[in-house]
Design a protein around this ligand. Structure first.
Ligand code: SF4
Length: 319
């Protein structure tokens, strides 16, 4: 029997399957590309020949597209990312006090005490430091993102990069490149700038206590871990499945929800991979962000929205 967890973010959609001992037996990472339904269907296509619907005992969803995902798959729980990340970290270590999480397009900090979330902050507006920002800088420097950390560790004299926001960091980095600085010094400088930016914005006013977990796709970059450790002067731990902690948390919450209710799963089955779902997009003019909001329709009926930075459209349907 298995427990499914789905984390639908604006950059990636992650699906995990846990066994009864909470061990990961499947881990799927897909690009959302503005089409979360399609990403989930793709993931289910990869699973439907390997597992039977009856083998799924529970399913939980999280992430900015959690409501849509929940409706589509028949989720037993639909929870925000803060709770999902905290639950996954606590499953590994009850003593975790701080979670630094940096994903594809947003970042967050979660503060815990005695296994309970006492404070958190999220940054969905400034892109500096997020995965997509780092991807773009890697492309600009013509260095694969997977090697960014290795380059950063080689540097002896990091270049100071202005990291106040993505636009400043990028233009300052280009300037330093033009001046002929060594790429490893630029990359280390960039990691330091992004860590400073994160701590000044997301981490502002927060007590960062050990044990500290670093989660999200950006934790793959050892240069960022090292920069955090240097600035905080504390050990930073990267958990083994740092990149799918949200979906692991969602799977655990789904399991616990059913256990409490003593109910059976609502899982609709892997065949939703073949159902007819369409999406259309519109631009929200609610503020200067002008978000490209994606509306999901099943047989002509709206089942959810995706892509709004503030939650104005998605929250109408959040369970
Ligand atoms: S969805 Fe929210 S953040 Fe985006 S443009 Fe509309 S009001 Fe602004």
């Amino acid at each position: 029997m298995y427990h499914l967890g789905i984390d639908v973010g604006s950059v990636s959609t992650d699906i995990v399957m846990l066994d009864e001992n909470m061990e990961i037996i499947e881990k799927i990472y897909l690009r959302t590309k503005g089409r979360p339904i399609r990403a989930i269907q793709q993931g289910f296509n990869m699973l439907k020949d390997k597992y039977k619907d009856e083998e799924i005992k529970s399913v939980g969803t999280t992430g900015s597209g959690r409501a849509i995902a929940g409706f589509l798959v028949g989720a037993d729980s639909v929870k925000n990312e803060i709770t999902a990340h905290a639950v996954a970290a606590l499953e590994l270590d009850k003593g975790v006090r701080t979670i630094l999480e940096i994903g594809g397009q947003d970042s967050k900090i979660i503060i815990l005490k005695d296994g309970i979330v006492t404070d958190f902050a999220m940054n969905t507006v400034c892109a500096a430091g997020t995965g997509s920002f780092l991807d773009r800088q890697a492309e600009r420097l013509e260095i694969p993102i997977e090697r960014f950390g290795e380059y950063a560790l080689k540097s002896k004299t990091p270049v100071r990069i202005a990291g106040r926001c993505a636009v400043f960091a990028e233009s300052d980095m280009i300037h330093k490149q033009q001046l002929g600085y060594d790429p490893s010094d630029i990359i280390r400088g960039l990691c330091e700038a992004l860590v400073r930016n994160y701590l000044n914005n997301v981490g502002k006013g927060k007590e960062i206590e050990s044990k500290i977990f670093f989660q999200g796709g950006v934790a793959a970059n050892i240069g960022m871990k090292e920069a955090f450790e240097r600035v905080l002067n504390k050990e930073v731990i990267i958990p083994p499945y740092y990149d799918v902690m949200g979906s692991i948390g969602a799977a655990i919450i789904g399991k616990e929800t059913l256990k409490k209710k003593k109910a059976k799963t609502n899982f609709k089955g892997f065949n939703i991979a073949d159902s007819k779902v369409v999406s259309e997009s519109f631009q929200c003019k609610g503020c200067a962000n002008r978000c490209e909001v994606v509306k999901i329709l099943e047989n002509g009926k709206e089942i959810g929205c995706f892509g709004d930075m503030c939650g104005k459209w998605t929250e109408r349907l959040v369970v």
